[in-house]
Design a protein around this ligand. Sequence first.
Ligand code: C2E
Ligand code: CA
Ligand code: CA
Ligand code: CA
Length: 279
Amino acid sequence: ACAGVVSEPRRYDPLLDEDVANRDRIENALFGALERNEFSLVYQPKVQLETGTIVGAEALLRWKNNELGNISPATFIPMAEENGLINIIGDWVLAAACAQVRVWRLQEVATVPISVNLAAPQLRNDSLVSKVTGIINESGSSPQDLKIELTETSLIQDIESSAERIEELRTLGVGIALDDFGTGYSSLSYLHRLPIDVLKIDKCFIDEISPDSGRGRLVKHIINMAHDMGYEVIAEGVESPYQLEVLREFGCDIVQGYVYSAPVAPNTLREMLVEQPFE
Ligand code: C2E
Ligand code: CA
Ligand code: CA
Ligand code: CA
């Protein structure tokens, strides 16, 4: 659901009765998933439009359970946010991503910063900054290896304390991206109050992009406005060469999407990085 620039936030879909039993099974399995080692990370390259170079990657969580099979993060992340599990799952994601960068460094692969998605309850946690510092130090990676993606909805809940916490992370050297831009409140009036580095335009805008459609013009203005504020712009969910062409015309900085690559296993990303031409 792609909202307008000034609109209601996306609401949680009410569940159908027949889904409730299944949901309970999933939630019960979720409680033991970390212990059973059922999580893994895949990585989607972020590609600089002008050069075609991979300049980063987003870590995306995968869960495979013996009985339930693969379960989408779109299903289990909201559950984990509600029952509080997101805090320990989120810690695991941060640690796994930092450990991965460390491995690539040891293998002398030219590494790129890894972006990790952070859920609202993680941002509300007082110990977030010291936790992130600890994870970076323990893994032997550096703050420049890590970036964090936050949604508007998680930020807006408590804008003052969010802004403070984000500022602390940035002081550490961790870059911050505003994720899913255009799907939440999207109030342009608070954008300038957020200490962020990157604005990620949600896939729903990219789906219908063309230079002379209303939505296309909107994307063009969002890009210009973001640049005015000093933010880098990433387009997510870019699937076609046509979308790529339009985004290039609009001056978008970085793209992520199937047109370049779906999220891949760590070794596949490693190969892509190794093959990358030197700048
Ligand atoms: P997101 O952060 O907006 O991530 C982008 C999603 O779009 C990912 O889905 C990605 O696989 C998918 N995608 C990327 N390019 C394309 C494309 O060209 N076409 C299409 N159709 N899809 C594309 P995924 O991996 O299923 O993740 C869904 C959502 O789950 C994420 O949305 C994010 O909100 C959440 N999520 C995933 N991993 C984590 C995590 O470690 N922590 C938290 N808190 N949330 C996570
Ligand atoms: Ca994201
Ligand atoms: Ca999105
Ligand atoms: Ca997201």
